[in-house]
Design a protein around this ligand. Structure first.
Ligand code: ATP
Length: 588
């Protein structure tokens, strides 16, 4: 999770984390590290994420197999491959695009359709450049970068122990003897120009995250959706970051998609004024209904749990995930808590999603930089406030005042002006006005796709048609995300009656799910092809379908088919008329 600082006053507001990182980089670059002056605190603060990465093996056989399968089966190709490719950009092939669409649709469904308190948004990629000034991206969305004068390579300074030296891949960049420059900050935003004139006044940026559009449109959505705080705005869309070293297949790309929710909540002082107290978080692992008395902590934990349950629902068990609670010294100054949900990739345990409690920082920034109010009016608060005892009004007002003052002071505002504004904000509580806080679950689509493929990849032994055991590669996707839900196959291609019946079955299933019709080659080969594509079910039309079952309790019954299960190769026989009711609940 990169930390963003306030606009206009980056130097005054550089976080502890950033200062420490720069400190350590400086020490490393000036060889103090060798003399032992990099303290353990420095290391804990700055290398917390990279420690996990350092366990990566230099060669990763599983990843090699997965990358090769992705290309061979049409999940993921390198972008612009015919021209030698372009680093950090990936295309999704026929199976990949289906997998991706399924994941995005499931996220959208869970986050919006299944709830009353979330509305959707689809904003533009290029927005007013002031948005990125207000968010802090223009000034501080940077990674530390070094150049190697020997090999002419360019690397992220905090990842040199994970990146092999281009000239001597047996060594990591940190171990090789190339002459390195001192680290410098590199802004990750891609720049472009809007309109025919290309000068500083026309600079615009490809968005590095989808979240800021949500903040910028907060008031419009609030007014047009008839939502009231607490409520959320969800968006799925492309984001662009000019990563210094894109790596680990699609994990760190330069163009990727995000699925982000900004869930706006009342500040704790407002909740307390209305409900009389702040309710603590529900016990871990439970799935409670949101309560009016929830403060930010309960909402934050709620969303962490919701998101983990989402991952479980699409096949990533808790055992494959880890929660990483950022330490206080790692948090951005505006964040109250941040949890990274990590997945155990073959190349290390790394972030899939971040869930941050971001206070009222983002809306406050846009209010300040645009001059437009981002506050809301809450009649319930006004009513409740008027009934509070004077001492309670004073206590809550003072707490709100301090939080606002803290924010305003960090913007670099003159002290007297900051006090005046914070006092005004606090007095507004009595009128029912406040700036909402936000909880932000922010997930990467591409990282999730990679996690699902890594999780599904499996090799096992299956008998071939002659009963001889052979190794098969199978993608054990959860049926909800599987690109193809069912393969429909006539036993033989050259028997028109079988083909006719199989096409009937295909057409019966098609309105309900993605069906792949396959009549080419031996049936065992066709099953293997579907195993590699991750298709959970295959339906086969054979002679017993036409002539009736030869023996057993269903003897003589026509129009039955075999349903083969991908994971264990088991087969059941059932009537064609039962297929839809049998398959649909399994894929939804
Ligand atoms: P990292 O620390 O790995 O660079 P981040 O903390 O900067 O990630 P956020 O800014 O929190 O990431 O973005 C939210 C999510 O967007 C991440 O959890 C990740 O899933 C996804 N994401 C961010 N950067 C990339 C990238 N370069 N390629 C693919 N997905 C990304």
């Amino acid at each position: 999770m990169r930390k963003l600082e306030d606009c206009e006053q980056p130097t005054r507001t550089v976080t502890f984390f950033k200062r420490k990182l720069q400190d350590v980089i400086h020490k490393i670059s000036t060889s103090d590290a060798a003399a032992g002056t990099v303290t353990s605190v420095d290391r804990t603060v700055c290398m917390a994420k990279t420690v996990r990465l350092m366990a990566e093996p230099k060669e990763n056989v599983v990843m090699e197999k997965i990358v090769s399968l992705c290309k061979r089966r049409g999940f993921i190709y390198q972008s612009s491959e015919i021209y030698g490719g372009i680093n950090g950009f990936w295309d999704y092939g026929p199976l990949g695009v289906e997998l991706k669409r399924n994941v995005k649709e499931l996220w959208w469904n869970v986050m919006t359709h299944q709830r009353d308190d979330v509305a959707g948004l689809d904003a533009t990629i290029i927005m007013h450049p002031q948005i990125w000034k207000a968010s802090g991206h223009v000034d501080t969305f940077t990674d530390p970068m070094i150049d190697c004068k020997t090999c002419k390579g360019r690397f992220r300074a905090d990842q040199t122990s994970e990146i092999p030296c281009p000239q001597k891949p047996s060594k990591m960049v940190s171990e090789c003897h190339g002459e390195k420059t001192a680290p410098r900050a590199f802004n990750l935003m891609f720049q472009t120009h809007v309109g025919p004139v290309q000068d500083d006044s026309t600079i615009a940026y490809l968005r590095p995250e989808t979240a800021q559009a949500i903040f910028a449109q907060f008031k419009n959505v609030l007014e047009t959706s008839r939502q009231k705080v607490p409520f959320g705005i969800a968006q799925i869309g492309k984001a662009f970051r000019n990563e210094v070293t894109p790596r680990n297949f699609t994990f760190r790309s330069r163009e990727f998609e995000q699925m982000e929710l900004e869930f706006f909540i009342k500040p704790d002082e407002v909740v307390e004024a209305i409900s009389g107290r702040i309710e603590g978080p529900a016990p871990a692992g439970s799935s409670p209904e949101p309560q009016p008395g929830w403060g930010w902590e309960a909402w934050h934990k709620y969303w962490v749990e919701e998101r983990i349950r989402f991952y479980e629902g699409i096949g990533l068990s808790r055992a494959t995930l880890e929660e990483y609670w950022q330490k206080p010294e790692e948090l951005a100054h505006y964040a109250r808590a941040t949890v990274d949900i990590l997945f155990k990739f073959p190349f290390g345990t790394q972030e899939l999603e971040g869930i941050a409690a971001r206070s009222d920082f983002d809306l406050s920034q846009h209010a300040r930089c645009s001059g437009k109010s981002m506050g809301v009016f809450d009649d319930e608060l006004r009513g409740a406030w008027s009934k509070l005892e004077e001492s309670k009004k004073k206590e809550l007002g003072e707490r709100y005042y301090k939080a606002r003052l803290n924010y305003l002071t960090r913007t670099g505002m003159d002290a007297a002006e900051a006090e005046k504004q914070a006092r005004g904000d606090s007095e507004n509580l009595a009128k029912g006005q406040y700036i909402p806080h936000v909880i932000e679950p922010s997930a990467g689509v591409d990282r999730l796709i990679l996690a699902l493929i890594c999780n599904a990849y499996s090799e096992d032994q299956m008998p071939d048609e002659k009963g001889k055991l052979e190794t098969r590669v199978v993608l054990k996707f959860h049926p909800r995300v599987a690109p193809i839900k069912v393969g429909v196959m006539p036993l033989l291609k050259n028997k028109p009656e079988l083909v006719r019946k199989a096409l009937e079955v295909r057409d019966l299933l098609r309105p309900h799910m993605n069906v792949f019709y396959d009549d080419a080659g031996a049936i065992g080969r066709r099953y293997r092809r579907q195993d590699e594509a991750g298709t959970p079910f295959c339906v086969t039309i054979d002679f017993e379908t036409l002539e009736g079952i030869k023996e057993g309790p269903l003897s003589g019954r026509k129009d039955t088919v075999t349903v083969r299960y991908r994971d264990d190769g088991r087969q059941d026989r059932m009537a064609i008329t039962e297929l839809v009711d049998f398959l649909v609940p399994k894929i939804r």
